[in-house]
Ligand binder design. Sequence first.
Ligand SMILES: Cc1ncc(COP(=O)(O)O)c(C=O)c1O
Length: 402
Amino acid sequence: MPIQIVKGEGAYFYDAEGNKLLDGISSWWVNLHGHCHPYISQKVSEQLHTLEHAIFSAFTHEPAVKLAERLIGHLPENQSKIFYSDNGSTAVEVGLKMVLQYWHNQGISKKKFIAFENAYHGDTFGGMSVGARNVFNNAFENLLFDVIHIPLPDDDNMEQIKEVLQGWFINHNDIAGFIFEPLVQGAAGMLMYEAKYLDELIALCKENKVLCIADEVMTGFGRTGEFFASNYLSNKPDIICLSKGLTGGYMPLGVTSCAQFIYNSCVSDDKTKTFFHGHSYTANPTACSAGLASLDLMEKEETWAQIAMISKLNQKFVIKLKNHPKLKDVRSKGTILALEINTEEHTHYLNNSSESIASYFLNKGIIVRPLGNILYIIPPYCITENEIKHVYKVMEQFLEEL
Ligand SMILES: Cc1ncc(COP(=O)(O)O)c(C=O)c1O
């Protein structure tokens, strides 16, 4: 049965039975600065007394304009426009549609996408299509559009991936875009890969007029140690999808940013070229005010000191556990740490050990939500050094008792 949460404060939840639980996963990767952060709560409350919601077509409002301007200031330089939606899946859906309409508006028939194996980009039909074919979308498989799925690049397979793609580019001229979770594939099991390979793939795509979408729904806002994972790249994506940490974990909001040339492709006196996409709660002012308050905190030195502290501790812990006999792998990128636990079953989202791992940690007052046999943490940045070290200690105890 689900546990009833009655209160949140800093890195902790409190349940209906009075238990204090450390939120090791930022409440599904959304919370950045801690629960009920007084500053964000204050700003949201002020907004609620000014303008709670407004139609965002033919009308606009200050929180949306300000948030767009400030996000553009943080995103890679080639990003110049912001499109609002409601969540991570819609941010991705909008990105895919922008790519398709970019080609359509020029009368060019390009409709195929490249994506990584194991990818997760959300639960809408576009998001499911570019995602891996797996338990999340079995029931809908026949309805998903075809995608070229390539393996995550490494030293051994990079040349082969490039050859396969080059073959496609030579024989077909139908690839519209390449979508990827930069550097860390979240739901796939916190799988990590190097920026240099992604840079090469983006370069190859650009040479062949394929638009690139970075799905930073999970990796955005400091998770990988940089403001955006795209900051590790020399070749910048044309489109970037954001959600989760966008409002500090307060309200649902999605953003799809794009380069000027993509925006320009939809600006015309011919109304059929319009990018027709909207949601009732698009750019909700209250959500935007949470986003602005969260950005205020992201811009503080203390936040980056916390991100650096968590990242450093993670790196040290990875070294400590490197050859642990109970682990298949241990890895970290910035504030994300993942332990792939050796079990009789293979590594898989439905691996049965997930529940027992979660309940072991819950009994110790820590919330984790393993992806099968992959135990990971992605904590709010307000977590203290002692609290992180406590989580590591419980992880080691858990491995010892396995
Ligand atoms: C990389 C990525 N893209 C998209 C999504 C979908 O976001 P949402 O759950 O807000 O629809 C997720 C959610 O986990 C994600 O990790």
